[in-house]
Design a protein around this ligand. Sequence first.
Ligand SMILES: Cc1cc2nc3c(=O)[nH]c(=O)nc-3n(C[C@H](O)[C@H](O)[C@H](O)COP(=O)(O)OP(=O)(O)OC[C@H]3O[C@@H](n4cnc5c(N)ncnc54)[C@H](O)[C@@H]3O)c2cc1C
Length: 339
Amino acid sequence: MRISENVSLRSYNSFGIGGQARFFASFTSTDELKRLLENPPLPELPHMILGGGSNILFVHNFFEGILLKNEVKGIEVVREDDEYVYVKAGAGENWHRFVMDCIEHNRAGLENLSLIPGNVGASPMQNIGAYGVEIKDCFHELEAYHLKDHALVTFNNADCEFGYRESVFKRKYKGQFAIISVTYRLSKHPKFNTTYGAIEEELKHMGVHELSIKAISQAVINIRSSKLPNPAEIGNAGSFFKNPTVDAAKYAALKEAFPNIVAYPVANGDYKLAAGWMIEQCGWKGFREGDAGVHARQALVLVNYGNATGDEIYRLSQRVLDSVQEKFGVELEREVNIV
Ligand SMILES: Cc1cc2nc3c(=O)[nH]c(=O)nc-3n(C[C@H](O)[C@H](O)[C@H](O)COP(=O)(O)OP(=O)(O)OC[C@H]3O[C@@H](n4cnc5c(N)ncnc54)[C@H](O)[C@@H]3O)c2cc1C
């Protein structure tokens, strides 16, 4: 629980952005967090909770605050009935390792979310999702520590107000809580979800005849490994932008102007547009300026080829946003947390 000063940020964010944090400490329990909060090196500085750093862009060369890395560990079954197993995981557990643990114990629900980087504690922050599943589908509750009131609060599914890459922790309670643990409700009787993306094709390719959560997880791992840039090789934070939603009238107008537009219907007659397609149409795919770029195969992913600054990546994201607005009249929103 040592507090270090002027700590390099590079190894704490998947973009590999350099710069320093004024203070840095990690905690492995609520008690340790409480002690850190009660004895700050400089009381006026802000705190920020850090997980795996895979959804963050540090835009300033210096973070004038106290970075608190959550390393609360542990995976335990807290309840069980005929249908479900309730598994509580420490916020500092690696997400993929947690998913693998569920699969090993034949607990279904999170297999489509295999290989998403980051830690368990951040999973409800933006209701992580992939291949037709979002964590809200299996989320039971979480415990979060209020950084000012020092109270441990339990949030159930409704309390979190989950939306598409959204929750109360990104909105009204932004920066107020440290999530300490998350409990997932996992099924003993899996309902397989293979309709999204290339899962079925990959299962066929793998020669799978009998469906299982393990096979689906492996299919997702194979697809993700072949499609997404590995942050260990090239700095990135996954999808930089959200896929925007438009109403039916706007969609019809876009469809007329751009017959190949990629979109799919969602609730209330609205349509979700593929932001990656629009970015590609604006000519950004594979763009590089200095060490900041747009990935050559995934236009939704901004990358750091080595020594880009957070500010350079941010300014590139603004140019992408502006050009999509100009060409399509659609405003993109950043998915990545800007610090
Ligand atoms: C290659 C790649 C692929 C990705 N694919 C996907 C995908 O398919 N789907 C998807 O949804 N996301 C995806 N992401 C984004 C990222 O993996 C998720 O958002 C992940 O949940 C971030 O976890 P983290 O621990 O790294 O969070 P961090 O980046 O450390 O933090 C993210 C935000 O959450 C806050 N935070 C973190 N932990 C806590 C805590 N315990 N308590 C309170 N606040 C906290 C931070 O302050 C910050 O605001 C991808 C990222 C990469 C690099």
